[in-house]
Design a protein around this ligand. Structure first.
Ligand code: GLN
Length: 492
């Protein structure tokens, strides 16, 4: 039996290449694990066992005949439910897309197939990726494997929980304002938000197109680099994807070459982030201990300032809903998904289908977005938020003149209990440390740092790098991870 809670994609690849396990065996172990814990945890929205096993069989056959598609051929990967896989349902955890089947593969999926990976099920999320707890899913609430009375975070909560609980080897999530990094921190795993444009968004159901990025959710930093190698790259189907260089041999190879220490690395600590009210003592403690570890590795901490960061939340909650209201206009009951068949005329069909198809949070965002884009308010809200966005980005550019990386907590508090944040504003505040860099466009990683002693829940740190400097993120995160030692796993 494999220790699935710890088995990484790189280790699975080694086991497969040495013939110590087959893809069918590995996938069966994951399926067994799912059937024993997912009744309680509910990370999966859909999973077709036959499809999983037939992909695994094909992979084993390729490997047996010396034709493996690469080192990760046969390794299972779980996909967030807003990424299109041809022939599979893609509901975005929404009633309006409940029975929608994707007619094509997202670019990231085509890349995973070309690498021979086994697509293993679709992970629960907040509806259309709007939320921080998975409680906004129209279908089920995913529980945190560390404590099933608590949320796994969101919106990529199903992806995070499935990786942490060892139901799968690795997963893909998407991050518009923190949806990879926050659930990663809540579940004790690694989550990367790549630089905007590093990974193609073709086939990712759009929430806020200028902020969305797909990224890996993994058990360690090496897997994060390995997965970024597989999914990154310019794509003619996404005009915002970038022709960005990758390190020689790829991110994983660069990470293996990178030094064990952080001598000469300057890490900026934004003074504003430590003035944020409501940061739990346990989180502060984990953060301070992590800083000590980074210092012991040779990093030098410098104080920096991100003066406009205090407006990031307000700015995000104008720009993201504005873009969402435009993107979600396509769900009209005519072209995709749910339709109220008894509405009578066309306009009523739109109203009824949308009214019944979208949940309360999505409806709230559409209303907010429509409001800030309406004539009379456009300049006061939307245009002003765009200007603030430019200032936020400028803050980062200036700060990176003084340091190589920036260090912050990921979230003000560890995973909360179900129902605890019933006021939407309270929920939005869990993103105070994560939204700024979606607005600025650069990259960030959430790495498990310790167990918060107040709640007994995992808590992560966030490292932020300039545009396209994922290599630096991986170097520091990997060195930190080694100094930290093996991270505990959930009991579930
Ligand atoms: N929690 C944030 C929101 O609700 C971020 C979501 C995300 O990154 N997809 O918008």
């Amino acid at each position: 039996m494999t220790d699935l809670k710890r088995l990484t994609m790189v280790e699975a690849s080694n086991l497969l290449s040495r013939g110590e396990i087959t893809s069918v065996q590995l996938c069966k172990e994951c399926l067994d694990r799912i059937s024993s814990v997912d009744g309680k945890m509910k990370a999966f929205l859909s999973l077709n066992e036959e499809e999983v096993l037939s992909q695994a069989k094909e992979s084993d056959a390729r490997r047996a005949s010396g034709k493996a598609l690469g080192p990760f051929d046969g390794v299972p990967v779980t996909i967030k439910d807003n990424i299109a896989v041809k022939g599979q349902k893609c509901s975005c955890a929404s009633r309006i897309l409940e029975n929608f089947v994707s007619p094509y593969d997202a670019t990231v999926i085509a890349k995973l197939r070309n690498a021979g990976m086994v697509l293993m099920g679709r992970a629960n999320m907040d509806e259309f990726a709007m939320g921080s707890s998975c409680e906004n899913s129209a279908f089920q609430k995913t529980a945190n494997p560390w404590d099933i009375t608590r949320v796994p975070g969101g919106s990529s909560g199903g992806s995070a929980a499935s990786v942490a609980a060892g139901e799968t080897v690795i997963a893909l999530g998407s991050d518009t304002g923190g949806s990879i990094r926050q659930p990663a921190s809540f579940c004790g795993i690694v989550g990367l938000k790549p630089t905007y444009g590093r990974v193609s968004r073709y086939g990712l159901v759009a929430f806020a197109s200028s902020l969305d990025q797909i990224g890996p959710m993994s058990k360690d930093v090496r897997d994060s680099a390995a997965m970024l190698d597989l999914i990154c790259g310019e794509d003619e189907r996404d005009s915002t994807s970038l022709p960005a260089p990758v390190p020689e041999g790829g991110f994983l190879a660069a990470l293996e070459r990178s030094g064990e220490d952080l001598k000469g690395m300057k890490i900026g600590v934004p003074k504003e982030y430590f003035q944020v009210e409501g940061v739990a003592d346990g989180v502060k403690k984990v953060t301070e201990e992590a800083m000590e570890k980074l210092k012991a590795l040779g990093a030098e901490f410098v104080e920096i300032t991100l003066p406009h960061t205090k407006y990031a939340m307000a700015c995000y909650y104008i720009i993201a809903p504005a873009e969402a209201s435009a993107n979600l206009a396509r769900f009209d009951g005519i072209r995709y998904g749910y339709r109220n068949e008894s509405s009578g005329d066309l306009v009523r069909t739109y109203f009824d289908s949308r009214g019944e198809g979208f949940g309360p949070e999505v409806t709230r965002r559409i209303m907010l977005g429509t409001y800030v884009l309406s004539s009379g308010y456009y300049d006061a809200y939307y245009v002003r938020a765009q200007k603030v966005r430019t200032l936020i980005r400028r803050d980062f550019v200036e700060a990176f003149g003084k340091c190589d990386l920036i260090f912050t907590p990921v979230t003000p508090a560890p995973a909360f209990h179900f129902g605890e944040k019933s006021d939407p504003m309270q929920m939005y505040l869990s993103d105070v440390f994560t939204t700024a860099l979606n607005l600025a466009g650069n990259c960030g990683i959430s790495v498990p740092a310790g167990i918060d002693r107040e709640s007994n829940m995992p808590s992560g740190i966030q490292l932020i790098a300039p545009d396209l400097a994922e290599e630096k993120l991986f170097h520091a995160a990997y060195a930190f991870e080694k100094a930290r030692g093996a991270f505990p796993v959930p009991a579930l």
